[in-house]
Design a protein around this ligand. Structure first.
Ligand code: HEM
Ligand code: HEM
Length: 219
C-alpha cells in the first residue's frame, strides 16, 4: 500500500476514532465525577451559578485589566495563531471539500493565496509563542514536555500543508501523506494533553468563575 493510501485510509480513520473517543471519555469523566458537597453559604449578592459560569467563560476572552499591559502582546499573538489555524483548517477549499465528503456540509472558501499567507503568519506567530515560552523566566518554570510536544504537533500540519502546496522537499504524494499523518498525530494527541483546552476551556473558566463568585470575587 502506498504511504498516501495508508494516510488517507486507515491512519485517518483510526486517528479520528481515537480523537472522538478520547474527547468523549475525558469530558464524561469530568462531567460525571461526583462534585464535593458545598458546605459554605454563598456570599450575599452572589450571581446564580449559570450567570457566573457564562460570565467566566466570556470575560476571559479579554485579559483582566490588572494584567492587560503585561500580557497584551502574548494575548494578541495567541489570537493571531488561533484565528490563523481556524482559517487554514476551515476556509481553505481542499479542506472544505474534504469535510463535505463525509458531512455533506459546504461553505464558501477564501482565495488559496490568502490562505497560504495566513498559514505563514500562523507559523511565525507560533514561533513567537515558542520563543517567549523559552525565554520568559516564569513561563520557563511552568513549561513541561506537554507544552513543547503540543506546540510541535500544532505547527506541523501547517508547515507540511505549506510544503505540499509549494512542492518543497519531496513528491506531491509523499508530502501530502506526511501532511495527513501530521494531522493524525495531532488528532491522536489532542484529547490527552493540554490541547484538550479546545474543549475544556469552557468547563475550567465556568467552574472557576462559579467557585470564586460564591466567595465574592467579581469579574
Ligand atoms: C496553510 C496550511 C495548510 C495548507 C496549505 C494545506 C493544504 C492541504 C492540501 C493541498 C491538501 C490536499 C487536499 C486534496 O487531497 O486535494 C490537504 C489535505 C488535508 N489537510 Fe491540509 N493544509 C494546511 C493546514 C492544515 C491543518 C492545520 C490541518 C488540520 C489540523 C489540515 C488538515 C488536512 C486534512 C485532514 C487533509 C486530508 C484531506 C484528504 O484526505 O484528502 N491541513 N491540506
Ligand atoms: C475554541 C478553542 C480554543 C480556545 C478558546 C483556546 C484558547 C487558548 C488560550 C486562552 C491559550 C493561552 C494563550 C496565552 O498564553 O495567552 C491557548 C494556548 C494555546 N493553544 Fe489554544 N485554544 C483553542 C483551540 C486550540 C486548538 C484547536 C489548538 C491546536 C490544535 C490550540 C493550540 C494552542 C497552543 C499550541 C497554545 C500554547 C501556545 C504557547 O506555547 O504559549 N488551541 N489557547
Amino acid at each position: 500500500m502506498e504511504l498516501l493510501d495508508f494516510a488517507r485510509g486507515p491512519a485517518l480513520t483510526i486517528a479520528f476514532a481515537i480523537f472522538a473517543i478520547g474527547v468523549a471519555w475525558r469530558l464524561s469523566s469530568l462531567l460525571f465525577t461526583p462534585r464535593p458537597h458545598r458546605r459554605a453559604e454563598a456570599r450575599e449578592g452572589t450571581p446564580s451559578d449559570a450567570k457566573a459560569f457564562v460570565r467566566g467563560v466570556f470575560s476571559r476572552f479579554i485579559p483582566h485589566k490588572t494584567y492587560r499591559d503585561v500580557v497584551f502582546a502574548n494575548h494578541l499573538n495567541a489570537y493571531v495563531f488561533h484565528i490563523g489555524l481556524f482559517i487554514v483548517v476551515f476556509l481553505y477549499r481542499p479542506h472544505i471539500l474534504f469535510i463535505e465528503g463525509f458531512t455533506g456540509l459546504s461553505w464558501p472558501a477564501l482565495p488559496n493565496t490568502l490562505v497560504y499567507g495566513v498559514g505563514l503568519v500562523t507559523v511565525v506567530s507560533l514561533g513567537v509563542a515558542l520563543a517567549r515560552r523559552m525565554t520568559n523566566p516564569v513561563q520557563k518554570i511552568l513549561t513541561t514536555f506537554d507544552d513543547y510536544f503540543s506546540w510541535a504537533l500544532t505547527v506541523l500540519p501547517v508547515l507540511t500543508g505549506l510544503l505540499v502546496v509549494n512542492g518543497i522537499g519531496a513528491r506531491y504524494e509523499t508530502l501530502l501523506a506526511l501532511h495527513i499523518l501530521s494531522v493524525c498525530a495531532l488528532l491522536i494527541w489532542l484529547p490527552f494533553g493540554k490541547l484538550m483546552h479546545t474543549f475544556l476551556f469552557v468547563l475550567s473558566r465556568g467552574v472557576t468563575s462559579v467557585r470564586l463568585s460564591r466567595r465574592g470575587a467579581t469579574f
